[in-house]
Design a binder for this molecule. Structure first.
Ligand SMILES: Nc1nc2c(ncn2[C@@H]2O[C@H](COP(=O)(O)OP(=O)(O)OP(=O)(O)O)[C@@H](O)[C@H]2O)c(=O)[nH]1
Length: 204
């Protein structure tokens, strides 16, 4: 019997990363109020938001019959020159963000929270953060306007989609690339291992 893998996220990018790695998650967006947690420390912020999202779903599941399942919550932000950014508020905000980011180096933080529900009704949890340095290219204002007009950056914490048109404007990364997209796959493997779960157990 395959253990259930619950993704407490609406992110299509996170779901795609799991599916491409052979894990078919049950997606249960948490609707967690991300404005309810503020912190000047990006790793603390994303870890707190990630566990907040996972806990909402784990508590819902715990009310039903005991089962074995893992619940994964994530949150990503971009920190650049001491400022923390989530998804852009508007196209004009995205243009401003890119005019500031170009030529600079940012840090993309993703918090990962895993809650393991056991058939005995007990649970255990792990929270980890991964950071990837992002070296931005120097697109022209016209290129920035065209990229924002494509709509792609509007749903992304870093204001770009690494695997999309945004790849044209990222010079290089230092660290895990899937972490930038929203979920560090090697960190997920390590966290499952710490919970005595072999990630291959989720392969159909
Ligand atoms: N496709 C893509 N999405 C990215 C990239 N970088 C960040 N994102 C997305 O930006 C979003 C960051 O916002 P979050 O608040 O962490 O997550 P969310 O989209 O609100 O979804 P929830 O997990 O339900 O809160 C996530 O959906 C990430 O997958 C990228 O390079 N590519």
């Amino acid at each position: 019997m395959l253990p259930r893998f619950i993704l407490a996220s609406q992110s299509p990018a996170r779901r795609r990363l799991l599916q491409q790695a052979g894990i078919e998650p049950e997606c249960m967006p948490s609707q967690f109020d991300e404005d309810s947690i503020q912190s000047p420390n990006p790793s603390h912020l994303v870890e707190s938001l990630a566990i907040g999202k996972a806990t909402v779903i784990a508590q819902k599941l715990a009310k039903s019959s005991p089962q074995s399942a893992v619940v994964l919550g994530c949150d990503s932000v971009l920190a650049i020159n001491g400022e923390i950014h989530g998804k852009p508020d508007s196209p004009s905000h995205a243009i401003e963000r890119w005019q500031y980011m170009r030529g600079r180096v940012g840090e993309l933080y993703t918090g990962h929270a895993l809650i393991q529900l056991l058939p005995t009704g007990s649970s255990r949890q792990l929270v980890r953060c991964a950071m990837t340095q992002v070296h931005f290219a120097q697109p022209t204002d016209r290129q920035i306007r065209a990229y924002v007009a494509s709509g792609e950056p509007l749903h992304c914490a870093g204001c770009f989609a690494l695997e999309g048109k945004g790849s044209l404007f990222i010079e290089r990364l230092q660290g895990c690339h899937t972490n930038v997209i929203g979920l560090s796959m090697p960190l997920l493997r390590q966290m499952l291992g710490e919970m005595d779960c072999d990630v291959t157990a989720f392969w159909r």
